[in-house]
Design a protein. Structure first.
Length: 415
């Protein structure tokens, strides 16, 4: 897809710290959790049964189908609804649209506002499924589910970006909708991969997951990576800096998202999760609520402090529904300057959103004007909030205040 020069500059990734103080997706694979994962992997059947039972219990669902990924779980959920068309926000991960397409349904993309959320009711919902993904950490269930159901829509709740804390699942015990979870790398659980569909529908069949049983190929690689990342995060600064330099020289490294925008819809991996993916999810779930509590506390403190910033404002998000604190800048161009100032202090940041209606595989599915998303996407930045050494709330707030001042000074110098 061709972009003009101004838009190309908005596609620059947030600079990474040369000497990281923290990480966007810190590994949770401590020595104790590694041992628990190894023990669970030695009894894969027991780990699978225990993980599914615990998720079912807290979500109030009759069935838990463990899948190769959150994307595969979402495909099953869409198939379960039987809907031919699925409404979803254009502010989304391509994997969500890929799962809808894999289920044989047609995505219907709607606009998004960072205050009001997705414009679900801008289209006809009768007989359609609606996927709630909590974009920008907004609680789409609380804001939209009742109205969607009143208009004849069937809700699918995708919690792939949410904390897999048991208290989060308990919120939806009385909600008669399928719930999709993801245990992939970079998710809030911090697992190695895999996903789950929680449902009470009787016709959901495990055979839909696909044949082949447990996946074996390369299943140890994510575990080794998680262990190494944990060690590096606790290493001296010179080690962290050397690792960062090495990563910037690896194939595929890029400073712009333009190099990574999809040109065709992705495939959905079928089958079941590997024994190591199940084992890590089972082990990490034991402490997920504690980690979520710490992240939520950081979220609220940072959001409170960020209210004093002049170049951006935090989104009024639910702390449990996003992996970071989302900031919205007053105008394009400020995001990159702010991120660069944060990186100079060792603080990581990122931006995840490029509206699906602007991508070649999904542009044909846009429904109406997307003015809100078009205005919003160049102005959103995510700041890490997950518990980790060194990246304290005080350090994070101080870095944000300094970055805010730096942006104002640079803009004043250009005037």
């Amino acid at each position: 897809m061709i972009h003009d020069q101004a838009e190309m500059s908005d596609l620059w990734y947030a600079p990474v710290p040369r000497r990281p103080v923290g990480y966007l997706h810190p590994s949770r694979m401590t020595a104790g959790r590694f041992a628990a994962t190894a023990c669970a992997a030695a009894r894969p059947g027991h780990a699978r049964t225990g993980l599914a039972a615990r998720l079912r219990e807290h979500a109030g669902r009759n069935r838990c189908v463990l899948t190769a990924s959150g994307r595969a779980a979402l495909e099953l959920a869409v198939r379960q609804t039987g809907a031919a068309e699925v409404v979803m926000s254009t502010f989304n991960c391509p994997a969500v649209a890929d799962a809808v397409l894999a289920a044989g349904a047609r995505p219907v993309l709607v606009d998004l506002d960072h205050v009001e959320g997705p414009a679900f009711t801008s289209v006809d919902l009768d007989g359609r499924a609606v996927v709630l993904t909590n974009a920008l950490g907004l609680d789409e269930w609380r804001a939209h589910a009742e109205r969607i159901e009143a208009l004849g829509g069937r809700v699918v709740l995708d919690l792939a970006q949410a904390s897999v804390a048991l208290r989060v699942l308990r919120r939806f015990r009385d909600a008669a909708c399928p719930i999709v979870l993801s245990f992939g790398e970079g998710k809030q659980l911090g697992g190695l991969g895999g996903g789950a569909l929680l449902t009470s529908a009787q016709h959901t069949s495990a055979s839909l997951v696909g044949a082949g049983g447990l996946r074996r190929g390369g299943e140890m690689a994510p575990l080794r990576r998680a262990v190494v990342e944990r060690i590096v995060a606790h290493a001296p600064g010179v080690v962290r800096a050397a690792v960062q330099r090495g990563q910037s020289r690896t194939p595929g490294w890029s400073y712009t998202k333009a190099d990574h925008l999809p040109t065709e819809a992705g495939q959905v991996t079928q089958g079941e999760p590997s024994r190591w993916e199940v084992a890590s999810a089972a082990a990490l779930l034991r402490t997920a609520s504690t980690v979520a509590d710490e992240a939520a506390l950081t979220h609220e403190r940072v959001r409170s402090a960020a209210a004093e910033l002049t170049t951006c404002q935090p989104v009024a998000a639910d702390p449990d529904f996003g992996p970071g604190v989302e900031l919205v800048f007053r105008r394009p161009g400020q995001r990159f300057l702010f991120a660069r100032a944060l990186a100079e202090r060792g603080v990581p940041s990122t931006w995840n959103y490029y509206p699906l209606h602007r991508l070649a595989p999904y542009g044909a599915f846009a429904a109406g004007s997307m003015a809100g998303a078009d205005s919003l996407w160049p102005r959103v930045l995510t700041v890490a909030k997950q518990p980790q050494p060194r990246l304290t709330t005080q350090l994070l707030v101080e870095a944000m205040v300094a970055a805010d001042r730096s942006v104002r000074e640079q803009e004043a110098g250009r005037d």
